[in-house]
Design a binder for this molecule. Structure first.
Ligand SMILES: [Zn+2]
Length: 296
C-alpha cells in the first residue's frame, strides 16, 4: 500500500507546528488571499487541510467548502463551523465523482505523499476548474547555495528526501519529499492541468533572517520581490495556480451529488451507501472514509 504521512499514528497535533512559524503562515495566507481574491463558486476542497488553518480564506466564497484530511484526529480539532464539510479519507482514492468538485487547493501536503504522481492524477480526476498546488522546492536558493550551484544537482528532474530530520525530530522515518519544479510541472501537465501562475513563498525561511528582521519587514520584502523570486523558483515553497485543460463544468450543486462509496462507487444518501450497507457519516458530523461503520 502507498504510504501517506499518518498523523493519527504518531498522535501529532498539527497546531503545534505553526506556533513558531508565524512568518511562513502569514506568507502562505498572503499569496492565497491574492489568488482567491476574485474567486467564488459552488465547491472548493482543501486537501490535507488538517485542523482548518486556512478555512477562513475560502469558506465564505464557496457554497460547499470541504476540509479533507487523512487524519481524523486533526479533523476533530477543526473549529466547528456548520458550513465546512469535514471528510476523512485517502488522497489516492477520494470519495468523489469525476470532475464533481469545482476547485481546491493542497498546501504543505505533497511532501508527505509517497506517490505524488498518483495523488496529482486523483486531484485531476475530481476537480473541474482550478487548483492551487503547493510543493516543497528542492531547488530553492538556499539549498542551491549549500550545494555550490552544482549543475548536476540543479538539473535533477525528480525529488529527494532531505537528509536532516525536522528540527523537532518527529519526522524521522516519515514521508518527507522535496521536488524539482520541473518534475511537478511535467506531472500536472500529464494530468489535465495548465500552469497559469507560479508563486514563490516563504522566501526568507531562514532562522537567522527571521531572528534579525521584523516579521512585517520580511513580508513586505516578499511582496516587492515576488515577481522575480517566482521566476527563478527562489523560495522553499512554490504555489502553482493550475487550471483544468478541458473544463467539464460538471460541478454538482449538492454534496450528495459529489460523494460516492469508496467500495462500490455507488451514490450515498445522508452518508450511507445502500448497496454495501456502509455508513460513512459519524456522530461528530465527519464523513469518515477511513474507518466507516457497517450498518445492518
Ligand atoms: Zn457502496
Amino acid at each position: 500500500m502507498k504510504k501517506i504521512q499518518d498523523y493519527d499514528s504518531i498522535n501529532y497535533d498539527y497546531r503545534c507546528y505553526w506556533k513558531d512559524r508565524e512568518y511562513e503562515n502569514l506568507s502562505e495566507q498572503r499569496i492565497l488571499k491574492k489568488i482567491l481574491k476574485d474567486k467564488n463558486g459552488i465547491s472548493f476542497i482543501d486537501i490535507g487541510g488538517a485542523y482548518g488553518r486556512l478555512t477562513d480564506l475560502y469558506k465564505d466564497k464557496f457554497e460547499i467548502p470541504i476540509l479533507f484530511d487523512y487524519s481524523l484526529k486533526n479533523l476533530k480539532k477543526a473549529q466547528f463551523d456548520k458550513k465546512v464539510i469535514r471528510i476523512c479519507g485517502d488522497i489516492y482514492n477520494m470519495p468523489f465523482k469525476d470532475d464533481s468538485i469545482q476547485s481546491g487547493m493542497s498546501i504543505r501536503v505533497l511532501h508527505h505523499i509517497e506517490d505524488p504522481e498518483s495523488a496529482i492524477k486523483e486531484i485531476g480526476r475530481v476537480t473541474s476548474d482550478f487548483f492551487i498546488l503547493e510543493f516543497a522546492n528542492k531547488n530553492n536558493f538556499l539549498s542551491l547555495l549549500r550545494n555550490k550551484f552544482n549543475p548536476k544537482f540543479i538539473d535533477k528532474d525528480t525529488y529527494e528526501i532531505p537528509h536532516k530530520s525536522d528540527s523537532q525530530g518527529y519526522l524521522n522515518d516519515q514521508v518527507f519529499l522535496n521536488f524539482s519544479p520541473n518534475f511537478i510541472k511535467k506531472t500536472v501537465l500529464k494530468n489535465k492541468f495548465f500552469v497559469k501562475g507560479i508563486y514563490s513563498v516563504s522566501n526568507f525561511r531562514e532562522r537567522n533572517l527571521k531572528k534579525v528582521f521584523p516579521l512585517k519587514f520580511l513580508l513586505s520584502l516578499e511582496d516587492i520581490f515576488r515577481g522575480i523570486f517566482s521566476k527563478i523558483y527562489f523560495g522553499p515553497s512554490i504555489f502553482l495556480y493550475l487550471e483544468k485543460r478541458d473544463k467539464k463544468n460538471k460541478s454538482y450543486k449538492r454534496l450528495e451529488d459529489i460523494l460516492i462509496c469508496i467500495k462500490c462507487k455507488g451514490e450515498l444518501k445522508e452518508g450511507k451507501c445502500n448497496k454495501c450497507k456502509i455508513n460513512y457519516l459519524d456522530k461528530s458530523g465527519i464523513f469518515n472514509f477511513r474507518s466507516p461503520l457497517k450498518i445492518d
